[in-house]
Design a protein around this ligand. Structure first.
Ligand SMILES: [Fe+2]
Length: 440
């Protein structure tokens, strides 16, 4: 027994553990009998002893965060399972080749594009899929294009089963993916590339853990899908973006070389393609948000064919690429890139930053207004190789960010139109940005 006080509550301890709460009060004769009292609850003890401003602030934030869609920075994994109970199975959507016959009598090729929905898989992605299903029922879509980050962590095979469930309402539509960094776990876990390849191998006979780039010719449209992960995480020999030893840097270097040989050949052929050319890759090379801008700067100045060759964006422009679709940054913004009399449209469709604890987590992702001073702003942010470029930030989602998708139409002449819809409540029918690219 220890610590029995007079006129106050105390605990009787046996082997150091509180087992009984006693209260002793001095009576008229000076005696101080003790009687057991109910042990105060944790809540009461905190209220009586721990009411500091800091703990009150934490309590207020917890109350504010419950049931408001608020996400703590450490909760960005969302609802994805971190288990691998069931092996990955190939996605069973049809390919664009299998649905080609059904499009033969259509004058306009329609498709939907979005990206980075893995961060919004606790409801917004599902809502978007429902809108897409409804739009397709009204006027058929040829395919869905995803600019990447299709799961939270590609090491866990069960995440691909959750993804299959999300996509179930549009299982009749081909899904074309520019592989993102989350499904391949930033190239530092071979199992993630194996899972991604097993899921997406229906896209192309050659699709594999070592080859996640491919071409699709769909009506008048030629699409090149790149594995920008290997370009960003595989081309440095050291530093933040160097391949991890687990990924075997020599193997990654070989993969990069093979993709660049393929890309150089494809761009040479694209020059003579009569219709529009679209390139889809996960990582942007122009952006206004600060998060991930180092990889964007790297891709902007990357020279795939050596220091004397053109930069990566120059190669795309010279090949006559009309439209580049990217993701990764959790923003919506659109740039027009021009050099030497050529023009290329650059659209980032990657959802929105999540509201998170205070301002942490989403601020660096927030797009910024560069309009009117794009080249100067990019230069201040560390971009080089800007000489000769005209860069226009044509549209940007600056506040009240909403998840979004774009509906593209490609006419038989090759003209492209784009309407961007934001998911603002149930209103996904309002066009928030649009773009027209005339036939070349
Ligand atoms: Fe990403």
């Amino acid at each position: 027994m220890a610590e029995v006080g007079i006129g106050s509550r105390a605990y009787i301890h046996l082997t150091g553990k509180a087992v009984l709460d006693m209260e002793c009060r001095r009576d008229m004769r000076g005696a101080a009998p003790c009687a057991p009292v109910a042990k105060p609850s944790l809540w009461r003890r905190w209220w009586e002893r721990g009411r500091s401003p800091v703990s009150l602030l934490i309590l207020a934030l917890l109350l504010v965060s419950s049931g408001t869609g608020f996400t703590w920075p450490w909760q960005v994994g969302g609802p994805w399972p971190s288990s691998s109970k069931i092996p990955v199975r190939a996605l069973d959507h049809p390919t664009v080749e299998q649905t080609a016959a059904g499009r033969a009598d259509q004058d306009v090729l329609r498709f939907v594009a979005y990206g980075d929905q893995r961060a919004l898989a606790d409801g917004e992605w599902q809502t978007m899929i429902d809108h897409i299903r409804r739009i397709d029922a009204g006027s058929p879509l040829a395919f869905i294009l995803d600019t990447g980050d299709i799961v939270q962590d590609g090491r866990h095979s069960d995440q691909y089963w959750m993804l299959r469930g999300i996509l179930e309402p549009v299982v009749h539509l081909p899904l074309l993916v520019a592989v993102g960094n989350h499904e391949i776990h930033n190239n530092d876990a071979p199992i993630a590339r194996e899972n991604t390849a097993a899921f997406l191998k229906y896209l192309d006979p050659a699709f594999s853990p070592t080859r996640m780039y491919y071409r699709k010719d769909i009506g008048p449209l030629r699409c090149l899908f790149l594995d920008s992960n290997d370009l960003v995480y595989g081309t440095e020999t050291d530093g933040e973006y160097a391949p991890s030893p687990e990924s075997d840097p020599a193997l990654v270097a070989a993969r990069v070389r093979e993709q660049l040989v393929w890309l150089t050949q494809e761009l040479a052929e694209a020059s003579s393609w009569p219709g529009p050319v679209l390139v889809a890759l996960h990582h942007p090379f122009v952006q206004s948000s600060r998060k991930h801008e180092e990889s964007a700067r790297f891709l902007w100045s990357f020279r795939p064919n050596g220091p004397q060759g053109p930069t990566f964006p120059e190669m795309l422009l010279e090949a006559g690429v009309d439209l580049v679709l990217v993701g990764h940054t959790h923003t919506y913004e659109r740039f027009v890139l021009e050099k030497d009399g050529r023009r290329m449209q650059f659209v980032n469709l990657s959802g929105r930053p999540r509201t998170s604890f205070l301002w942490m987590g989403d601020g660096a992702r927030r797009a910024r207004d560069f309009r009117g001073a794009e080249v100067a702003k990019l230069g201040e942010e560390g971009w080089s190789d800007l000489d000769g470029w005209r860069i226009k930030q044509a549209a940007v989602m600056l506040e009240n960010e909403q998840d979004q998708f774009a509906i593209f139409e490609v006419g038989s002449t090759g003209a492209i139109s784009m309407d961007v819809r934001f998911l603002n409540g149930d209103d996904a029918d309002t066009v928030r940005d649009s773009l027209s690219i005339p036939a070349q």
